[in-house]
Structure formats: C-alpha cells, structure tokens
Design a protein around this ligand. Sequence first.
Ligand code: PEP
Ligand code: MG
Length: 825
Amino acid sequence: MVGIVVVSHSQALAEGVVTLAREMGGSDLALEAAGGLEEPGVLGTDAERVRVAIERAMSDDGVLVLMDLGSALMSAEFAIEMLGDGARVKLSEAPLVEGAVAAAAAARSGASLEEVAAEARGALAMKASQLGAEEAPGAPAPAEAAPPADAEAALAVRNAIGLHARPAARFVEIARGFDAEVHVAKAGGGPPVRATSLTNVVALGARLGDTLLVSASGPQSAEALDALRALADEGFGDGLAVATPAPARVPVAEAPATPEAAPVAGDVLTGVAASGGVAIGPARHLRAPAGPLPERAAEAPEREREKLDGAIAAARDAIAADRVAVAERAGAAEAAIFDAHLALLDDEAMLEPAHAAIAGGATAERAWHDAAEQVADRYRALDEPLLRERAADVLDVGQRVVGALTGAQRSGPAEPGIVVAGELTPADAAGLDPALVRGIATAHGAATAHAAILARALGLPAVVGLGRGLLAVEEGTPLLLDGDAGVVQVDPPEDMLRDAEERRERAAQRRAAALERAHEPGATRDGARVEVFANLGKAREAAEAVELGAEGVGLLRTEFLFLDRPELPDEDEQVQTLRDIAVALDGRPLVVRTLDAGADKPLPALPMPPEANPFLGVRGIRLALQRRDVLATQLRAILRVAAEHPVKAMLPMVATLAEVRAARAVLDEAREATGIDTPLEFGIMVEVPAAALTAANLAEHVDFFSLGTNDLTQYTMAAERGDERLAPLLAGPQPAVLRLVRETVAAADAHGRWVGVCGELAGDPAAAILLAGLGVTELSMAPALIPEAKAALRAVDLSAARAAAESALEAEDADAAREIALSLL
Ligand code: PEP
Ligand code: MG
C-alpha cells in the first residue's frame, strides 16, 4: 500500500488531518503526521521530522507527501534529499485535507503511487460538484465512452447517507479488485464514470433511494458486479437505512405552541400521540447520569484501549440481555432494534475516531463519548427526518459504553408513576419495570422513535415531543397523560382526574368484556353474520390472532417474506411459511395477498428506479406483471398449500380488467406447472377508485373483493397516507369512500360475490357498523382490535346499521359519519 505523509506548520493540524484520513484509509494504512517544530506548540516545519515520517510510511509502493504552506514544501524537498531516495516519494500539490482523505481511500484500495497522487489532485472536485461549482481544479477528466459492457446491474442505494466518502471508498476498493473495467452512473444523472476513482464516485451525488447503473467489461465482469451487488445489498458497509412505520397522525392545526417555561398546575402540554391509552400518576424523572463527563488524567494509550475494549464488551452483554428481555415482553421484531445497537459497537465510524483520540492522549470515555457525538451529528444533519431520529440510537450506544467506564447509568423509577425524560432511548425503555411504569412522557422525539415503538409494543401509554418545559415539572407532580390525544395535563384538578380515572376504568372494563366473548362468531345483535378476520404481516402472529378471536385471516401481507434480504424467497420456502400459518389457523380460511411491493414498501431483491410519485408508480400488481416470474412463484406456492388448506389468493392494486386477465394467465401456467387443479378462490383488493367504479365489470372475473381502505382513502381524497398533516382527510369513514364501498357491494351482489374490508377502517368499531350496514360480510383487522369490533357488531341490529350507513353516505365529513354510528352504541 502507498504510504502518506501529512506535513503542516501545526502539529495539531497534521495530526487532525491524519485522524480524518485514517477514517478512510483504515488502520493498516501507513499514515504519518509531520507537523510543527521540536519545541512544543511552535509553528513551523522541520525537514528532519518529515524525513522520519517518510521513512516510517515507506513501502515498496512509495509515499505521497501532502503539505500545507510555503516552507512545508522546502522542508519536504530537503527531507527527500536527506533520504537519497526520491524515486519512491511524490510531493503532491493537492489541498491538504481533501487531498489526504482522497489519497487515503485510494491507497487503501491498492492504487499505485501515480493513481493515489491523481486522486488527491482531483479531490477538490468532490466539493466543487457538491457546491455546484462550474469547473473544479484538477477535476477528473470527463467520462470517456465506456467500452461495450459484458455485464450490467442496477443497484439501489439503501444506506442512510448515500455514497458519501466512506461508502464510496468501499465501492471503489471493490471495483479495483477485479480484472474488469467498471463504470457507474446515477440513474437519471450524467454519463457513466470510471468506478475506480473515489472522486468520480462521490461526485455522482448518489443518495438514499437513488439507483446506480453499473456496467463492466473484461474477464471478471460478472464477479465484479456480483461483489458490488453484495456491497449495495448491505448498504455499502453502512447497513441498510432502518425501516420505520408511518408516523402517528396528529392534525397540525390542533397543535398549539409547546410551552418552554416550567409548567404550573392546570397546564396542558401538547406533544405527539405515540402510544394509546390514559395514564395517571406522579411524575418520575428518569435519573440521568450526574453532570458532565468526569475528567481524569489519561493513562497510557494501550491501557485506555484495554479499558475501552472492556467497556464495549460489557455494553455488548448488556444490550444482548435487553434484547432477550424485550423479545419476551414485546416480540422479536421490536427486539431487533438492539441488533442495530450491537452493530454500532463494531462500527468503524465509532471505533476509528475513538482509537485515534486515545492514541492522541484522550481517556477511553472521552474518546468514545466524542466519537458517538460526531456520528450522532452526522445523523442529525441528514435531510430525512426518520433517519435524523436515529441519532438517539447512536447516543444510546455511546452512553452504554461511557456508563460502563464511569459507572454512571440512567435508572428507571423506584416507585409507580409516569416516566418523564428528555428522550427515552431503547435501553431506557428496556430497563423500565412494567409494574412501576404507568406511562411515558418525553420532551423530544417523534412517534417513530424506537422508544415510542417499544412503548406501543409494551402497551404503555406514551406522549413524546412535549417540549423542554416538561423537564421542569417537579418530581412527584400528579400528571394525567392521554396517549390517544397526545397531551399531558400537569397537576390536573380533582374532577378531571376523577373523570379520567373513570374513563380508564370504563375502557378497561369494555376491553375485558369484549375479550370474554372474543371467540363468539362475528354477528350483529339480530344474528346477521359478519366474519371478523385478522390482518397478518408476519407468520408468528397467526396463533395470537386465533387467541384473540380471529375467524380466519383476511389479508396476509406477504411482503414480510421479501423484506431485508437481497435474494427472493424460493417456492419451497414460501410453501413452508404459508403452510405454518395455515396450520396455526387450524382450518380457518387464509387469504394470501400476492406481493404488494413498490411505493412505501421498497424491496432490496427488486431494486426499482426512483419514481417522482411512488404511490402512483409501479407497485402491487403493476410490478408483479413486470416480474411475472415472482408472481408465478408465489401462485405456485399458494396452489400447493391450497391443495391442503382453505387458502385463497388476492391481487393488490388492481385498476383494470386487463390486469386481472394477465394475472389469471399466470395462475393457469402455475396450475400447469404444479399439476394442481384444486379450486382456488381468486380475488382482488379494491383500493384504486377505478376498481370500485368498474366493479361491475370486474366482478364477473373474480371470486371476491376486499376493500383496501387505506389506499382507497388515499387515492380518493388525494392525500398521502403517511402524511400526518392530512389526518382530517384520511382518518375515519370518509363519506366519499363509503360511496365507493356501496358501489362495490352492489356490483358484487349482482354476481353473487362476497365483499370484505381489510383496510384500517374495518377495525374502527364505529366504521365496522357502517361497513356491515353497507353489506360487507367480512372485516379483517389488526388482531388486537378483533374483540372490540365483534362487541360493536353485537350491539346493533342489521336494520339499524343499514339506516346508519344510509345517513353516513350523506354526512358532511368522516367525523359526522362516525357520530352516526356511535349514537347506536
Ligand atoms: C389497504 O390499502 O387498505 C391495505 C389493506 O393494503 P396496505 O395497507 O398493505 O397497502
Ligand atoms: Mg394497500
């Protein structure tokens, strides 16, 4: 590997540049600082120091020397003279910082001295291209035409920060490692550039969601592309951006300014509803570690490294223990948060600056603390709000290790109450004693923060983002927390407390009564049957759904089979998973929806070019008909399980009859391939308004309809489903959507088909009554909602539900429509 020497008038500057470049070059690179004069703190350059540094960095591949100002050049030239070996040393005119970083990355990937020097020279081009400067000095030559490609690939950029310096360096390192000429372009961007130049690759400006078009020519083209694909699949070494659910919906218009001053009795703090339910209790502040980081004199760097390694090992054990505890309390999916934390303990981005700081004389806790702050800052600087929130995870891991070094750990309350904290980290949430915690209130954070997700999974009411004023609430102050409304009332008056306590009591009683009758068949009071089914997004939820009274599964979202993996699941794997679910359902029906990828559900195994409007793009059946192989595999698997269990197939996002015909043709081929001629009910989701409006034509060609009211509402109201600002347009039974339900039911009735609803609306007890009144005979919902939906149906006669539905069609808005149904309960 080519060695690098950084010459500066300032010793601190030279060492700082080396630390930065080390991040790119890795620990094996010979990277030496030659700064300042013998006398500590005096500015200047010393030829002897430069000579020693060059000697240390020297290898067969040579040394590149970067310098700052004036006499640095003279000292370097004099040093080479002293060495008497100028042939293997090259002085670079590159800018010191950018040049050293680019050179380190190139050297790490095995580039020659000439190539490393060229990379350093072109380094300003990265900055220039990011700033949109016309022409960068030393910019790489414009792309020459790529030779005809022997292999090509489209790679999705799925790491949080896109192809910035470090991930780009990995890309270049791999591209250089094969006997192939590799070129890369950003889809929708400029012409292809050589993938062996870091500058070129960074200057593409590829970010999360972009697609890279990579071509290779030469004997090892296929191997090079396979390796680059594998790199892209694991987020270019950064890991994949964490998938998070849509944020909780909070109407912006209703959110008053959050007070910053110390709240007084009667104040209402408004935040974000993160986990439903009402909690009453005294404020219990999460005790933070006392004060700033304790200062102490550093011991020898080797000793500090040992301490850091020991603390990281202790943190690893603690995280693993939390993982087990959360998996037991909340399920494996929620516990997966801690995998990301474990990965951070091994992350070069944390380790390298921490090691460099220790080598520079820092204590282990200072080095790790600062490294975590730096990485968290990088997350905070990202454009994407969901990714910015991940800074809390980095700080959590930072605190774990620092806590192991200093003994200062946060601890949960020792007495019952509502936990109050600035931000609740997953570690904090995992450490809370469920017997003592009635609810969670935080000053910062959003509903998508991992702590909020954990609170929901643990069934603890929570409100986040209440503002800094919350932290001024005195320990023990009575609080009333409403996790549905997203508010916290400070020291509420007696009558309000009593009222809330009664509400909580009533809700608990309602739930208990509903649970007792959860296993009765779904029906109205006068016995009209309305089947109540479960929506599943994971195989392991099937048994729990049956426990909660599910009479079948009305929507199996098969996306879970495809998520977070670079390759497609094969037919046998799909058969096994479907069979396991069918067995857990013990003879109850199972509606399997074929893959609904695209839009908000991108899949690594099916990379797609970016779309301006993904919800209006190639998703659901549209993607399936472009990738018939994927659809065919799924249909073969479904047929094989249908031969043994009551399984039905359902297509997502259908808009036209042509799509149904095309999918049926694939089903026919699947029948031929498997030789299975068992009858299979073949239905479609009605979630595009066009399908509801042409249901009369479609009904002839399908066996059932299931209304996907999440998307149907989004498309009918022209309001994106994840946008919390549009909540009034999206929430509840919108009269316009109810009219499309009526159209669909009328068309289905005329052809003797059944109609279900599997959008969120089905699980809203008031909406369930209206849907039953419109003639829907199957409602499919999140398993937890089944008992209360059944209870609501049991409380009304079908004739009353019909009359309510008629009025709701004419209602002014969704709230008015819901009120009509609620008046029956
Ligand atoms: C829907 O759109 O209502 C639906 C059930 O599908 P998904 O939420 O999976 O898009
Ligand atoms: Mg949908």
